[in-house]
Design a protein around this ligand. Structure first.
Ligand code: ZN
Ligand code: ZN
Length: 328
């Protein structure tokens, strides 16, 4: 692979910057949109580390941009690989950081000083059958993200009713949930472009997580979001990971179908007997996952099980010894 940060200028005037992140995604796409007045908008600066700070110094140097030319920093969602560097970049540029109100709420729920998610999630996975030996590694894994998201930015809220001027054109914020509550894609209707963050990705199915205290119906939210995005006329889509792609509507349909197929598969598993969330996770994704992958696999399995409950195809039994799902 080429040395990061790789910069690609697309014909729409959008610069794609690959900022390094951990395996398996390897990079997150940050995008720069620049107007003729020289004002630069940065979308999703990436996760914070010493390495990524240096990458940004290099990128701006190569492009002849100073931090003070950054007019605003826009965040599609609160995940560390997108939101992480925003506070750091704000300190250097003085630029406002824009994200949806729901997304900011979620950033505080995950990374705020009052957050108890690092303790709550392992305990709650335990209720869903995760072996207790995984509780400490999972908590330590979650704690390892804290350095990637500090300092927190001072934020202003994006609103669907207020299009953003970027690169001399108006972009419409489109809010969807499921991958991340309050996720915002930016849509440019005249050129039919979309900066879609992690709402729609090529090749990869964006993770849909059920987490304690967050959206109680994340898969339902995600599927609704795909339908909403699928109605937009899009020529070129600029995703948060992998490379820009052109078959946006078809991709939303493929993702919808993927989740329906998985729901059918899980419903069939439950026909054979009651299962815990952990047992469903292992049947879907195997038992060889590292802790990072396991955490997403487990919360994804639970998101599907809860969707089956919502549709009346499964029930969840909550007992003192833990929760199990069975067919209806
Ligand atoms: Zn994400
Ligand atoms: Zn991401």
């Amino acid at each position: 692979m080429k040395k990061m940060p790789e910069i690609t200028e697309w014909e729409d005037g959008i610069k794609q910057v690959k900022i390094t992140m951990s395996f398996p995604l390897r990079w997150v796409n940050s995008y720069l949109v620049q107007g003729i007045d020289g004002r630069v908008t940065v979308i999703d600066p990436g996760p914070r580390s010493e390495g990524t700070e240096k990458e940004w110094d290099e990128v701006l140097d190569k492009l002849g941009i100073q931090y003070t030319h950054i007019h605003e920093i826009v965040l599609t969602h609160h995940h560390p690989d997108h939101y992480g560097l925003s506070g750091w970049m704000q300190e250097r540029s003085g630029a406002p950081v824009l994200m949806s109100q729901r997304s900011w709420q979620e950033a505080n729920y995950m990374w705020g000083s009052e957050s108890s998610l690092n303790e709550d999630m392992p305990r709650w996975f335990g209720r869903h059958g995760m072996p207790s030996a995984l509780e400490i590694p999972l908590r330590e894994h979650l704690e390892s993200f804290d350095s990637q998201v500090t300092p927190a930015p001072h934020v202003q809220f994006l609103d669907e009713a207020e299009p953003l001027m970027m690169g001399g054109r108006l972009w419409k914020p489109v809010e969807t949930g499921g991958h991340a509550p309050g996720h915002v894609s930016l849509y440019q209707p005249e050129l039919q472009l979309i900066l879609c963050g992690d709402a729609v990705l090529p090749q990869i199915s964006p993770n849909v997580s059920l987490l304690p205290g967050s959206d109680p119906q994340p898969l339902h939210s995600y599927l609704n979001g795909l339908q909403k995005l699928g109605h937009l006329k899009v020529q070129n889509a600029y995703p948060g990971h992998r490379n820009p792609f052109g078959h946006f509507e078809a991709r939303t349909e493929a993702l919808l179908q993927h989740h329906e197929e998985r729901l059918t598969r899980i419903a069939a598993m439950l026909q054979e007997g009651a299962l815990s969330g952990y047992e469903v996770c292992i049947r879907l994704f195997g038992d060889k996952l590292g802790i990072h992958q396991f955490r997403f696999a487990m919360s994804e399995a639970l998101a599907h099980l809860i969707e089956l409950v919502r549709r009346g195809e499964a029930e969840m039994d909550e007992r003192p010894e833990g929760c199990r799902f069975h067919s209806r």
